[in-house]
Design a protein around this ligand. Structure first.
Ligand SMILES: [Zn+2]
Ligand SMILES: [Zn+2]
Length: 334
């Protein structure tokens, strides 16, 4: 994604008594900010997500806290919905300053590797791009840019507690329960406060439907995502507090919207493959209204590969890896 200068400032607002939204700037043109959610807990705060680490990013967090009369020093516990840098990048700095713990799901390797072993992660992405039919020159441009890209993570710290199903977090608003919701990322969890029907939804369900799946860490991100939508739908949440954008109502409607979009894109992949063998790169433009560019390919191509993997597991398509690149074709019954 193209990086731009940070334009927005950190902003804080109270959502309901005892719960605040901290809107933090991101250096991405398409995703200008992310949210951290502060919840009052026993004279301090539980902070759900942290924003990304980059020069000046702690100032933005402090500015957001300050606007609602709170401070980083109030944080007693950091809880991360998943291991993408915009959700846990500042965890180490906050824990360092306050002495608090950080809790996260144990399947966080997809996020940690970006900081601890960026060379291997990049090499893997380049190989996936090559297999998908991306020309060498474009891969080289992508690699040059990726090598310059900071990880967005202040420091890699191991979670003090694994955030697995059933773990609960006590706050002044009541107890929040952890639900594992892999799909967007293998480490993704949502947190639900059942009396108030509040859902901290991370990037699993967003107010503006936008799909992204980490490719290559688990066998079937799409299958996982669909199962995780069922998990969250079952909760019957009233208000969702998501990783990006404003809090939103009609959580069920948003979940349905996600299901519909996934179904549409799976159908579009199948339709293209039925026309004849195609690479992931050739299939990708069929899934989006906007044209495929070098700027969005790094985001869209892994998504296409996730659909292809899912359809392959369902027996609807198969791959032909004989040539230089991988081509996908419909199975005989399709
Ligand atoms: Zn994410
Ligand atoms: Zn995010």
């Amino acid at each position: 994604m193209p990086r731009t200068r940070t334009r927005e400032l950190g902003r804080g607002e109270r959502v309901i008594p005892g719960l605040w939204r901290l809107r933090l700037p991101l250096p991405f043109a398409g995703v200008p900010h992310c949210n951290a959610w502060a919840v009052a807990a026993d004279g301090g705060l539980v902070l759900f997500d942290t924003g990304m680490h980059e020069p000046g990013s702690m100032d933005e967090l402090e500015r957001a806290f300050d606007q609602v009369g709170l401070s980083v020093e109030d944080v007693r516990l950091v809880v991360c919905t998943h291991a993408h840098s915009d959700h846990w990048g500042q965890a180490a700095t906050i824990c360092d300053r306050t002495g608090c713990e950080m809790w996260m799901h144990p399947n966080h390797q997809h996020g940690f590797a970006a900081a601890t072993d960026p060379g291997t992660v990049l090499a893997r992405r380049l190989e996936i791009g090559r297999q998908s039919g991306v020309p060498q020159s474009a891969l080289e441009r992508y690699a040059a840019e990726a090598r310059e890209m900071p990880s967005g993570i202040a420091q890699v710290i191991e979670p003090d507690r694994p955030l697995v199903a059933g773990v609960s977090i006590d706050t002044d608003l009541g107890t929040w329960t952890v639900y594992e919701t892999p799909g967007h990322a293998p480490s993704h969890v949502c947190l639900f406060q059942s009396e108030r029907r509040l859902l901290i939804s991370g990037d699993h369900v967003l107010g503006r439907i936008s799909l992204y799946f980490d490719y290559g860490w688990t066998p079937d991100p799409i299958g996982e995502f669909l199962a995780s939508l069922d998990v969250v739908d079952e909760l019957d949440a009233r208000l969702a507090l998501s990783g990006h954008g404003k809090p939103f109502l009609d959580v069920h409607g948003h979940i349905e919207g996600n299901r519909r979009l996934v179904a549409q894109r799976l159908e579009a992949v199948l339709a293209r493959v039925r026309e004849g063998p195609a690479t992931a790169l050739e299939i990708t433009p069929r899934l989006h209204d906007e044209p495929l560019t070098e700027a969005n390919a790094g985001w869209w191509l892994p998504e296409t590969l996730c659909y292809l993997n899912h359809l392959e597991r369902l027996g609807q398509i198969q791959r032909d890896s004989d040539g230089d690149v991988e081509r996908w074709l419909a199975t005989l019954s399709n």
